[in-house]
Design a binder for this molecule. Structure first.
Ligand code: PGA
Length: 250
């Protein structure tokens, strides 16, 4: 049985004071939660705060992006070893906002994925189609291409030590959730594609769903056979919502 994983993606939100309150509530409700892993991914400046607050709990933490380079003249970038210094377990790579707003290509995302794994981080690889791509019936082609970039660069076995987050771009922050059936269909496609190359990697792969997950729809999404938890944006900033989502996965 795959363990479910719920990860919060705070995006560019938070302050020391707000985070303190949120983390306090999460720790009180979720430390020791059985049956599902819980993680939060914060902006870089707050990773030290996560380390201070969450060390010694069952909650893990991570970053929302990472450089593909180890060190050097890359102004504004943050390396995998820096994330390790602050106790990160996870690094999100290839979020659709990084791909669309910051021009990250499939190849760059694959490099970030490999750099994260080489440093002992677990990459959360985001894939997903835009509304136009869905309406053009090329969802599987797009998601397949995004996966292939990583499989070709890192090998399919690498996915056994990673998390994939299926996040249809049209569902992110829009309040439009994919129906459980729509999400399950793409999750099954992802697992089937990987199973065709390596069954063990596919069976063990945690595939999260992301895109307007909230307390009210989490349980139904997570009950689908190939949905192994969620990557949660907006609702991860509201303690009661995020706690309920994590409990729905457990
Ligand atoms: P959302 O964001 O839950 O606010 O739709 C999900 C994400 O972008 O990771």
């Amino acid at each position: 049985m795959r363990r479910k994983l719920v990860a919060g993606n705070w995006k560019m939100h938070g302050s020391l004071a707000e985070n303190q309150a949120l983390l306090g509530a999460l720790k009180a409700a979720l430390n020791g939660l059985q049956g599902a892993g819980v993680a939060v991914c914060a902006p870089f400046p707050y990773l030290a705060q996560l380390q201070a607050e969450l060390s010694g709990t069952t909650l893990a933490w991570g970053a929302q992006n990472v450089s593909e380079h180890a060190k050097g003249a890359f102004t504004g970038e943050v390396s995998t070893s820096m994330l390790k210094d602050f106790g990160c377990t996870y690094a999100i790579v290839g979020h659709s906002e990084r791909r669309s707003l910051y021009g990250e290509s499939d190849e760059t995302v694959a490099k970030k994925f490999m750099a994260a794994q080489a440093a002992g981080l677990i990459p959360i690889l985001c894939v997903g189609e835009t509304l136009a791509e869905r309406e053009g019936n090329i969802t599987e082609q797009v998601v397949g291409r995004q996966l292939d970039a990583v499989i070709n660069a890192a090998g399919v076995e690498a996915l056994a030590k990673a998390v994939v987050a299926y996040e249809p771009v049209w569902a992110i922050g829009t309040g439009k959730t994919a129906t459980p059936g729509q999400a399950q269909a793409v999750h099954a496609f992802i697992r089937g594609k990987i199973a065709g190359l390596n069954k063990a990697a596919a069976d063990g792969l945690v595939i999260q769903y992301g895109g307007s997950v909230k307390a009210a729809n989490a349980a139904e999404l997570f009950s689908q056979p190939d949905i192994d938890g969620g990557l949660i944006g907006g609702a991860s900033l509201i303690a009661d919502e995020f706690i309920a989502i994590c409990k729905a996965a457990a």
